[in-house]
Every structure is written in structure tokens, then in C-alpha cells.
Design a protein around this ligand. Structure first.
Ligand SMILES: [Mn+2]
Length: 554
């Protein structure tokens, strides 16, 4: 890859801005907001991503603002396509061996695929194997090629061509010996399968033509006597003139062999989606792996150095900094930035990065502050998304984690999104906490747990709401469901804990055995409705009391 190609391949590598696994609204909203900001600031291609399914609340926020969900990424384990070299030097089956060597030297590669016209690999050339082949040749040199290839390789002048482009196998001799020795050698062989390289030695030239050698190569650029050419034409002997001396000519004839003659026909191929981890042993054993697409067309090449080069995937982590919470494979790729509001876990990295971690109510607060600080324009829908993130994490600024900075940025976002945080926040929480929308069956049933005490069963469901107005208007329908559950499951108590997450307090709707209901030690608001001040936990607060009631009654 030259510098230009390297720059191009780096530019196409996107940076994913991604929140934690089991993403909540803040992690999705802050990812979208930060990716938008960075792209707007021209810092490169930033793509918002998510490491899991959207929860209904986040879905609501995105739909409300007409924003597409970020790309789902199941893992970022490096794959073949992430590390392969593209734009690699290739040759065709007809490329002469010397051209292969020249390319290997110029491009500094040791591995070269041989492709057909459709980009499908036919073989591979490796410097190692080519060197071996070259070194293994014994005293006589046998070469399989065509006269056309020899002529092209030498840049030879043609005096007589009887062989053309057909494939021939020739044993190459240099006519530096005496005439007797030469005749002796030719006597041992089929002269038609010999190529003789000789300088301006008319005696040897004539003898060679008489004997009918396959090819006569005159070295040193010497002219050939017309009578020799005439005899050659009569005898059907090809004659060419090489501009090089005999030794060089001999070497070049040997390397005029086309690539398909010298390439290895067996080679390792992998798929673009293969995990790099699974390729390591294959790559160690082979000079190179060819990455093929579904049609068998080469997409790139992986050599040992590709396996060693740093991962191409870059991540910006939002709303988390602990690798254990990050998308699978995050430990194997580059984390280039962190924006978070959680405790700092065991984060470490090899290069200095921007690491923003501040104790505010949401990551969306930090991202919004970046827009403000950099004076970057913010789209209306992005402001809406970020406002949703802040309101979700801070439970509409009511959570004890809320800071002055959150309140401040909410005002700033409200203006840009054209939304009122109280109304919008209520809608966001209403989207998941809405009793009427979900229907009584889902409200009672989706989180209904059955317990046992003294051999008697009781069941308690729980639902989160914003305020109790909706509960009061739906109470009769909910009671009908509780009665159904009571009768069906033979419960001594069937109850629903309705928790206002904004106030941190609950109401309990209950039906069951009179003795049990009477013993519930909570103020009664209505016939079947109790007020459980500051109770938010079914497990830690309500259950112990119900168990003590059962112990008393039964
Ligand atoms: Mn958060």
C-alpha cells in the first residue's frame, strides 16, 4: 500500500460511538449526540452504535424526535476484512517470472496472488518458493516458456521465428565450449529441445543450425551472418538476438517463464467475516491468506504483518468506562475516547486519550456541555434526544444524582429542542410507566411474583408510574386482574405495588383473605388501597412485612 492508499483506507475506517451493553436511554442518546457533534466538527466519520436492544423508553425518545436507532453491534472482535490489505499487487497467469521478481522488489512484497481476468485466484507466488526453484536448478537449465516470452524478456531482435507463442520446454546451453564438446552435448539430447546462447562464433552458430536446435540466441547484440539466417529458415530453426551478454541472457531466459508455471496451486483462503483470532495459526503457517468474497473473488490479502498490525476498529465509549460493561471484543480494539459519569473502573490504554468522566446526572449532560463549550450548532432533534437522555438518567431532575449542571443544561436543551422538560419527561416515563396504555393484564402480570409462607401462597406485582392519577382511574380494572390471579393461583393475598418513581413512594392495591388484609399495617386510603410512604422496594420493604403478617395469621 502506498501512502495515498493508506490514507484512503484509514479514512474509511469509521469510529463507533457506543454505550454499554443492555443500553439505557442515556447511553443511546449520548452516543447519538456525541457522534453528531464530532462529525459536525469535522473530526472524521463517527457512527453512533448500540451494544444491545433498545428498551421501550429509549424507543419512545427516538421516535418522539424522529431519529433512527443507532447501528446495532453485537461485537467488535477484529475480523479478516478489518485487517486485510487491499489494493495488493497481483499478476496474471501469463505475467513472466522476471516481471514477478521485479514487482516483488519494487513493491517490497513477498507474497503475490495470481488472478484470472475475473479477480479469482489461480495460485500464489511467494519469494521463498521462487528462490528455492531458482536455486534448485542443476547444471543444465530447463525452462518452460514461449518464444514470445523470451523475446519480450530479453527485448530481443527476431531473425527467424518458428515457435511463436506456443509453450515449449527447452534446455538452455551457453556455447562457450569447443565445437567438439558442443557436438557431443547435442548428441546426448534431442537438438530440437535445446536453446543455445552463443556470441559471434560463426562456427558454432552454423553447427547449431545444421543440427536443428530449437532456438539459437545470439548474445551481445551481434549481427548474424545472412547465410546462417538463410540456413535457419530452411532448417526451421528460430534465431533471435539478445542485447545482453551470454550469462545475463541465460538468466533472463530462465525467468521468462510465465507466472502460472512457477506459482503454487494450493493456497489458503478465508472469508471476510472470519475472526482474526481464528486465523492466527493459519497465517503463521502460510506466507499469506487470500480473502475471498462469496463469489470467489479476491477482496484482500492477510500476511503475518497484517495479523500483528493494530486493530482498525476505533471506539468512543459513552456512559461507561469499564471494559466488562463494554461491547464484546472492546478489549481487542482501540478505545480512542471516553465520555462518562460513572466511577472509574480498571480502565487502561496504551496511548493518551481524551477521557471525560465527571460526577453529573447523565452522560447526555456532558455531551450537551461539549456542544455548548465548542459553540457547535445543534439540530433540534439532537437537542431533543440529549434532553431525553438527561431526563431519563436524572428521573426528570428528581434523582439525588442530579447536579446544578444538569439543571443548567436542561434549560439550554429545552430552548433548542423546543420542549418543556416536565411535560416531555412525564411523557418519557409515561411511555413505559403508562398503566392505561399497557393495559391491566400486562400491568399486573408482567412483574407478578408468587411467594409462599406457612404453606400459603401470595402474589405481589409491581409497576412504576409517574404520579398516581392514572392508577386511581384504572384501579378497578387492575383489581379485576388481581382477583383473577387470586382465584386462579389460589392466593391468600393478591396485590400490586404501584410505585411513583418521581416521589419515591408507593400505593398498594390488595385483595385476599380478610385476616391478612386487616393485618397489613399501612394507612388505608380506600377499601383496597394502602399508602406505603417511602416504600419503593418490594423485596426489601414490602415483603418482610407481608411475611410477618402470614406468620401471625397462619
Ligand atoms: Mn448514564
Amino acid at each position: 500500500m502506498d501512502g495515498k492508499e493508506k490514507a484512503a483506507s484509514m479514512a474509511k475506517e469509521a469510529v463507533y460511538v457506543i454505550g454499554h451493553k443492555n443500553p439505557d436511554s442515556d447511553s443511546v442518546c449520548s452516543a447519538i449526540g456525541l457522534a453528531e457533534l464530532k462529525s459536525a466538527l469535522g473530526e472524521g466519520a463517527f457512527v453512533p452504535a448500540r451494544a444491545g436492544d433498545l428498551n421501550p423508553q429509549t424507543e419512545f425518545i427516538l421516535k418522539y424526535n424522529n431519529v433512527e436507532p443507532p447501528r446495532y453491534i453485537s461485537d467488535v472482535h477484529p475480523r479478516a476484512k478489518d485487517i486485510m490489505s487491499t489494493g495488493v499487487v497481483t499478476v496474471t497467469e501469463q505475467t513472466p517470472f522476471h516481471k514477478v521478481l521485479e514487482l516483488m522488489r519494487e513493491e517490497q512484497v513477498r507474497f503475490m496472488p495470481v488472478l484470472d481476468g475475473d479477480g479469482r485466484p489461480k495460485g500464489v507466488l511467494t519469494l521463498m518458493e521462487l528462490a528455492k526453484r531458482y536455486l534448485e536448478a542443476e547444471h543444465s537449465i530447463e525452462v518452460t516458456t514461449s518464444l514470445g516470452n523470451i523475446i519480450a524478456t530479453l527485448g530481443a531482435r527476431v531473425k527467424n521465428d518458428t515457435l511463436g507463442s506456443k509453450e515449449i520446454t527447452l534446455t538452455v546451453y551457453i556455447g562457450a565450449m569447443s565445437e567438439e564438446a558442443f557436438l557431443y552435448i547435442l548428441g546426448q539430447e534431442d537438438p530440437g529441445k535445446c536453446a543455445l546462447i552463443v556470441g559471434d562464433r560463426a562456427d558454432i552458430q552454423k553447427r547449431a543450425v545444421e543440427k536443428g536446435v530449437g532456438l539459437l540466441i545470439i548474445s551481445g547484440g551481434f549481427d548474424v551472418d545472412e547465410c546462417v539466417v538463410k540456413a535457419a529458415k530452411e532448417r526451421g530453426v528460430s534465431i533471435i538476438v539478445s542485447p545482453f551478454d551470454s550469462a545475463t541472457t541465460s538468466i533472463l531466459v530462465r525467468v521468462s517463464t510465465p507466472a502460472y508455471m512457477v506459482c503454487e496451486r494450493s493456497f489458503e483462503t478465508v472469508s471476510p467475516d472470519d475472526l482474526v483470532e481464528s486465523l492466527k495459526s493459519k497465517a503463521a503457517a502460510a506466507a499469506g491468506l487470500i480473502v475471498l468474497d462469496g463469489n470467489g473473488v479476491m477482496q484482500g490479502v492477510i500476511t503475518k504483518s497484517d495479523i500483528l498490525k493494530p486493530a482498525g476498529t476505533n471506539l468512543v465509549l459513552v456512559d461507561h468506562n469499564e471494559i466488562s460493561q463494554a461491547v464484546d471484543g472492546a478489549e481487542k480494539v482501540n478505545i480512542v475516547e471516553v465520555v462518562d459519569h460513572h466511577r472509574i473502573g480498571n480502565f487502561n490504554c496504551t496511548l493518551p486519550i481524551s477521557f471525560i468522566c465527571e460526577p453529573v446526572g447523565s452522560t447526555s449532560t456532558l455531551v450537551s456541555e461539549l456542544y455548548r463549550r465548542k459553540d457547535a450548532p445543534i439540530k433540534k432533534e439532537v437537542a431533543g434526544i440529549l434532553l431525553g437522555g438527561v431526563l431519563s438518567d436524572t428521573v426528570i431532575l428528581r434523582s439525588p444524582t442530579t447536579t446544578e449542571r444538569d439543571r443548567e443544561i436542561v434549560k439550554w436543551l429545552e430552548e433548542r429542542a423546543g420542549l418543556d422538560h416536565n411535560t416531555y419527561g412525564a411523557e418519557i416515563f409515561g411511555s413505559t410507566a403508562s398503566i392505561s396504555k399497557r393495559g391491566p393484564e400486562a400491568v399486573v402480570g408482567s412483574d407478578f411474583k408468587v411467594f409462599e409462607a406457612k404453606g400459603k401462597k401470595f402474589g405481589i406485582g409491581q409497576v412504576e408510574t409517574i404520579g398516581f392519577d392514572e392508577f386511581h382511574s384504572e384501579a378497578q380494572k387492575l383489581m379485576d386482574e388481581l382477583v383473577k390471579a387470586r382465584d386462579k393461583k389460589e392466593l391468600k393475598l393478591s396485590a400490586l405495588l404501584v410505585t411513583d418513581i418521581t416521589l419515591g413512594t408507593s400505593l398498594l392495591l390488595a385483595t385476599g383473605e380478610k385476616e391478612v388484609i386487616c393485618k397489613l399495617d399501612y394507612p388505608r386510603l380506600k377499601e383496597s388501597v394502602f399508602e406505603l410512604k417511602n416504600v419503593i422496594s418490594r423485596k426489601k420493604q414490602l415483603l418482610p412485612h407481608v411475611l410477618s403478617v402470614f406468620n401471625e395469621v397462619y
